[in-house]
Design a protein around this ligand. Structure first.
Ligand SMILES: Nc1nc2c(ncn2[C@@H]2O[C@H](COP(=O)(O)OP(=O)(O)O)[C@@H](O)[C@H]2O)c(=O)[nH]1
Ligand SMILES: [Mg+2]
Ligand SMILES: [Zn+2]
Length: 307
């Protein structure tokens, strides 16, 4: 029996796992004992041992799934279980455009909250900088650097900023996410010329792109590391989240919450709320607070509907 090889699950389609290894990329099956041991479906990003079947040299099977270091998951209300979107993720890159379409900060805050709740680092990519008249990132977006998120301006058209982005991605598994039409596929095509993914056209009126990127793939990067394209993260529902944890998902609130008068303060309109005071004195941005309140409402709604 040849020695097993260790590799990374890139994709899963119709019962076949595509596994990237130093010896090449192989299509593998998962059956028998390995399947029973896993219990839940193997996710993209999982590290697995595979072996080639001796009789059919083209055929491989997964013999073991190595322990996960992290997972990015979404709680499915309908299926009443956790759905793992990607395993062993190191960071989340939230990709937005500076214009066409304008950055949706509510969605950005939601994605950042997902990253924080999973204890994952996050970075913000602001694409289409060629559309900035004065070359300056809008202050509302630049402000994310003040609360500790790396903000990386890029332009898929000219290639500006892509070198810095690549350095950030090297050797890590990064979930690449954001609304459609912001240029995610264009960035991938620019940094990985061999990939040749389809770029969606932007509709004239809405400024939004067509949905052209399919779900659940991990793309190997030339400098090591992978990009994970997991659209499901956008539909994150905070319904499974403890409302007490939600303030921690807004990193600039964390040092404040101990200063609230009530230990169970939800930072809505309670007297003596330190978060509210920080919003009033301008040290916490209004729109971050509004995003928090909207997620709080969702989280409470999920709890009251008797999940
Ligand atoms: N002006 C400008 N347009 C861009 C840039 N990057 C992408 N686009 C355009 O934005 C539209 C959507 O791009 P696409 O890569 O499909 O976005 P995705 O939906 O996020 O994958 C396409 O028409 C691209 O040509 C950029 O840096 N500057
Ligand atoms: Mg795309
Ligand atoms: Zn409070």
């Amino acid at each position: 029996m040849p020695d097993p090889i260790t590799g990374r699950v890139l994709q899963f389609t119709a019962g076949v796992y595509r596994v990237h290894t130093p010896a090449g990329t192989f299509d593998c099956s998962l059956r028998g004992k390995a399947k029973r041991d896993v219990g839940e479906r193997v996710a993209i990003g999982d590290l697995v041992s595979i072996e080639r079947l001796e009789d059919e040299s083209e055929s491989c099977r997964i013999t073991e799934v190595l322990p996960r270091e992290s997972r990015l998951s979404r709680h499915s209300m309908a299926k009443r279980r956790e759905q793992v979107l990607a395993a062993n993720v190191d960071q989340v890159a939230a990709v937005f455009a500076v214009a066409r379409p304008d950055a949706d900060v509510r969605l950005l805050d939601r994605l950042l909250a997902v990253a924080e709740l999973h204890d994952l680092a996050a970075l913000i990519v602001l694409n289409k900088t060629d559309l900035l008249e004065d070359g300056k990132v809008p202050p509302e977006l630049a402000a994310y650097a003040d609360i500790g998120y790396p903000v990386l301006p890029t332009c898929a058209r000219t290639g500006a900023g892509l070198g810095v982005l690549l350095e950030r991605l090297a050797g890590r598994i990064t979930v690449f996410t954001g609304p459609s039409g912001v240029g995610k596929t264009s960035i991938l095509n620019a940094i990985l010329p061999d990939l040749d993914l389809r770029v969606g056209a932007v509709g004239d009126r809405s400024g939004r792109g067509k949905h052209t990127t399919s779900a659940g793939v991990l793309i190997p990067l030339p400098g090591g590391g992978y990009l994970a394209d997991t659209p499901g993260i956008q539909y994150f529902e905070p319904a499974g989240v403890d409302v007490a944890d939600l303030a921690h998902a807004f990193r600039e609130f964390r040092p404040l919450v101990d200063g609230c008068r009530f230990a169970n303060c939800r930072h809505r309109a309670e007297p003596g709320c330190a978060v509210r005071a920080a919003v009033d004195d301008g040290s916490v941005h209004e729109h971050r607070f509004a995003s928090y309140l909207s997620l709080l409402e969702d989280a409470e709604g999920g709890r009251e509907s008797g999940r």
